[in-house]
Design a protein around this ligand. Sequence first.
Ligand code: AQP
Length: 348
Amino acid sequence: MSHQTPTAAQAAGPARPRVLSGIQATADSFHFGNYLGALRQWVDLQEDYQPFFFIADLHALTVPQDPKALRERFYRCAAQLIAMGIDPDRSALFVQSHVPEHTQLTWVLECITGFGEARRMTQFKDKSAKEGESAASVGLFAYPILQAADILLYRPKYVPVGEDQRQHLELTRDLAQRFNHRYKKTFPLPEPYILKSTGRITDLQNPTAKMSKTNSSASGIVEMLDEPKVSAKKIRSAVTDSQAQVRYDDEGQPGISNLLTIYSALTGTKVADLEQQYAGKGYGDFKGDLAEVVVDFVTPFRDRTNELLDDRAELDGVLRRGAEQAREVASRTLAEVYDRVGLVRPTL
Ligand code: AQP
């Protein structure tokens, strides 16, 4: 890896609008939902925007974590992001807890968030429903407000995420507007960057549900770091529909439609062209070919990730430089916010 750390002026410069997004350090591997729904767009957006991407380790704490596993996942996240094309020379790649301004701004935003407003967040409802609301942590409840702080600190134009994050983005915009109205215009309103085609990748075994690390069964989720032949098998045994036609119909044939989306996203072939290519052929041919596409895609990704994981000091260095760039921007925003709400800073 070569390093040309951007100068402070480049990192903070107004030349290009910013993009920002994060991913939780809660799994040993990213899955196809994460990658196709959000992460691939991170890579593309590096070209034209000033990118800030982070590993959301504080968000990970909203549900119980084994400290040793969390530490390992932190490195796995960093290695996977670089392996998929996040270039630390172009993007500030950092860790949420390395930039204390995230939690500092959270408190200010929590104080302008209505309790009922936070309660309406469907992710909290879904996640807390499992164990019962009284077993859920306050951290899980407040998670979307930390997320709003993550975003607003950097005043990004776009936030590339999957469809499941739309409601949290709306809350972020509401809080930004409220702050601007109550104090002084401070935050431009960030826009969600959600692709219609891949914004919701679904479970291979239950194709009306989101592919998800917590809710999908092992056979319903394609893990990017799995043995390629395991992923191929999962694709070949994915649930398909009764019409025996390779045709996109989100409602009538959700299983094959999800596979068409994955095939199209990985190869760049339009869904209509794939439908034509497989006209008159069975699901077996289609799934067999897609299994090969998946193997070709994950094999180099996995090899590169493992190579990067062999040099933890290098990863530490990348993340340290990323945090320095992030803090330059975040500390300026936080200072403005503190000033606007009337907090007096200590004199030197
Ligand atoms: N199935 C999905 N389709 C499209 N986008 C998805 N994302 C997640 N699942 C899908 C997007 O991935 C980014 C990172 O999400 P995260 O930090 O919430 O990661 P995760 O916790 O690993 O995602 P899961 O599997 O969705 O977790 P649980 O099961 O805990 O809810 C986000 O941009 C997200 O939209």
